[in-house]
Design a protein around this ligand. Structure first.
Ligand SMILES: Cc1cc2nc3c(=O)[nH]c(=O)nc-3n(C[C@H](O)[C@H](O)[C@H](O)COP(=O)(O)O)c2cc1C
Length: 177
């Protein structure tokens, strides 16, 4: 299966990007690719879609499943991620319709980005993807949750993430028919 990872953080040492890497290891896809969200700011005056937007759209279309990890900034999803969602919504065919998606988050706060996750769900409703309802995976106090190699130390967290990736794989298999 082809798995696509989308991190809402551009930070080099992003915990959300680390979390995606952990999730991808557990999903064990045939191919795993990380999307590049370094896009121009969305502007309706830009009538010719940037190459990077078309590339992102094509990657979503081609993926059997997508994992999205968002940081929580001021109790909401990241602007970087919202910008990407707006760009992709302008490209046809609709990239997200029926797409199996798992949402994750990591934050330095104790709530682990749960509010950002719900904002992201809300934003994506209009695209009609197959977002998993459960289990929910959010990593609080991220600085302590990951070791120096970006690996999750807590066994219960790894089990939860494993269950989420199993559910995503099952959904992808169902959608593939
Ligand atoms: C402007 C700003 C706002 C933030 N707001 C929140 C917040 O509302 N909730 C939270 O849990 N963490 C918040 N944080 C902390 C982030 O969770 C933390 O910076 C996290 O590491 C960002 O994700 P990343 O590691 O993937 O880049 C905020 C950080 C910044 C810079």
């Amino acid at each position: 299966m082809k798995l696509l990872g989308i991190s809402g953080s551009l930070r080099a040492s992003s915990y959300n990007t680390m979390l995606l890497a952990e999730a991808a290891r557990l999903f064990a896809p045939k191919t795993y690719h990380m999307a590049d969200l370094n896009l121009p700011l969305f502007n309706e005056d830009i009538t010719e879609k940037p190459e990077a937007v078309l590339a992102l759209h094509a990657e979503i279309v081609a993926a059997d499943a997508v994992i999205i990890a968002t940081p929580e900034y001021n109790k909401n999803l990241s602007g970087v991620l919202k910008n990407a969602l707006d760009w992709v919504s302008m490209v046809r065919p609709a990239a997200w319709a029926g797409k199996p998606v798992a949402i994750l988050s990591a934050s330095s706060g104790i709530t682990g980005g749960v509010r950002a996750q719900y904002s992201l769900r809300h934003c994506m409703t209009t695209f009609n993807p197959r977002i998993l309802q459960a289990p929910e995976v959010m990593i609080g106090n991220a600085a302590e949750a990951f070791d120096a190699d970006g690996r999750l130390g807590n066994e219960r967290t790894v089990k939860l993430l494993t269950r989420q990736m199993e559910a995503l794989r099952a959904e992808a298999a169902r959608m593939a028919g």
